[in-house]
Design a protein around this ligand. Structure first.
Ligand SMILES: *Cc1c(COP(=O)(O)O)cnc(C)c1O
Length: 388
């Protein structure tokens, strides 16, 4: 790891940073798997029992990512248990392949969610407007060619005006439409299954701290149909032995994790950071709970451009240029807010962050030289994929 840029991740469970840090036992499980053979179906059946325990679902399996899990779940809704049909996807898709999604849920998590749906051969049907969907428009959109409806739980979606999950399930199930929920970045692993989701999807590499994988949990036949897709479109999404065994250990550890206690410790760190910046003119600091109800708080720094002599993007740039590079959460950067997420810190890093915050935010001359938000940052993440 020595020749790579040293990073302190106060951004969150971001794919572009490697998502999360695995525990020693998760790392050992992946490493041990690498040295042995295993029947993959047997490993996946073991994963199924762990996923069932974790989520309350009947069955589950692992795939390459939550994004892959969306594609495979949609394919499952299209083909059911018909293996011949599964083999024919995506080209052989028939008319009953519409997937209904609320307009406010058609988000990007680094790639458009619509792409994950369309990869299965499905057609996306958007209902409602960006910040408002009514029950009747959902009900009306569910016709005889609808195979599934996708519900997204995320800070990336519209935060108001959406149909509550229970109501969404009720409307879809009244028309026998399968409900898939993308809860990739949620800690609530049981709630959506409990409330009737046919399939619930999570990322193993986010809060759970596993190797990169998508967790697909749900009703038995829906899961069988989704796993079946590995004979066709799922091949490119496969996971190996190391991922399956590592993710199983991570999921078991998550089951015994005390998030309440961890959150308390994290809050102490946030308070410590807050104190380190509070006296700086042009900075206001607030501790805020996660917007979708995850058991985590973050520190918001509200930046007064005039008083500080730099806007939020410039502060983020200055922190990123620190050694080690401090990567903040930037969803509200255009509102002159940066967020600091405490969930991925390693021993000793909270002190480095506090010191860097104080130094950088007090150094007006250096802040002035920091780069403002660039067009390529504003336009998404394309630049990074082309600049090598
Ligand atoms: C992170 C995320 C994804 C993508 O997850 P991967 O496992 O990285 O593919 C999909 N949906 C939501 C809501 C996410 O937060």
């Amino acid at each position: 790891m020595n020749h790579f840029t040293k990073i302190i991740n106060v951004s969150g469970t971001m794919t572009g940073l490697g998502a999360s840090i695995a525990s020693e036992s998760v790392a050992q499980a992946t490493s041990a798997a690498m040295k042995n053979f295993i029947f993959i179906h047997e490993a996946q059946r073991h994963a199924s029992t762990v996923i069932a325990e974790l989520t309350g679902a009947e069955k589950g399996f692992l795939t390459a990512s939550a994004s892959a899990a969306i594609t495979l779940s949609v394919a499952a809704a299209i083909t059911g248990l018909d293996a011949g049909y599964a083999l024919s996807l995506p080209k052989g898709v028939k008319e009953k392949s519409k997937v209904v999604v609320q307009a406010g849920h058609l988000c990007s998590y680094g790639a458009p969610i619509a792409t994950a749906i369309e990869l299965a051969g499905a057609k996306v049907v958007s209902v409602g407007q960006a910040t408002q969907t009514s029950d009747i428009s959902l009900d009306y959109a569910l016709d005889e060619n609808t195979c599934a409806a996708l519900y997204v739980v995320s800070h990336h979606t519209a935060s108001y005006g959406m149909i509550p999950f229970e109501r969404f399930v009720e409307i879809c199930h009244a028309k026998n439409v399968m409900v898939i929920v993308d809860a990739a970045s949620e800690m609530n692993l049981c709630g959506f299954i409990e409330k009737g989701a046919d399939i619930a999807i999570y990322s193993a590499h986010k809060f759970i701290g596993g190797p990169t994988a998508g967790i697909v949990a749900g009703k038995k036949d829906a899961i069988r149909a989704a796993y079946l897709q590995n004979i066709g479109i799922g091949r490119g999404f496969k996971v190996g032995k190391e991922t399956i065994l590592g993710a199983c250990v991570a999921m078991k550890e998550w089951l015994s994790k005390d998030r309440i206690a961890e959150r308390k410790e994290e809050k102490e760190i946030l308070n410590f950071w807050k104190k380190s910046v509070e006296k700086i003119d042009g900075i206001k600091a607030y501790i805020k709970p996660d917007p979708t109800g995850n058991l985590i708080d973050r520190l918001e720094l509200h930046i007064n451009h005039q008083k500080l002599g730099a806007n939020a993007a410039m502060v983020a740039d200055a922190l990123a240029n620190h050694n080690p590079s401090i990567i903040i959460r930037n969803h509200f950067i255009e509102h002159n807010i940066i967020e600091l997420d405490p969930c991925n810190l390693k021993e000793g890093q909270s002190e480095i962050v506090a010191k860097a915050l104080k130094e950088i935010l007090s150094d007006k001359a250096a802040l002035k030289k920091a780069a403002d938000i660039t067009d390529s940052q504003r336009n998404g993440t394309v630049d990074g994929y082309l600049s090598w």
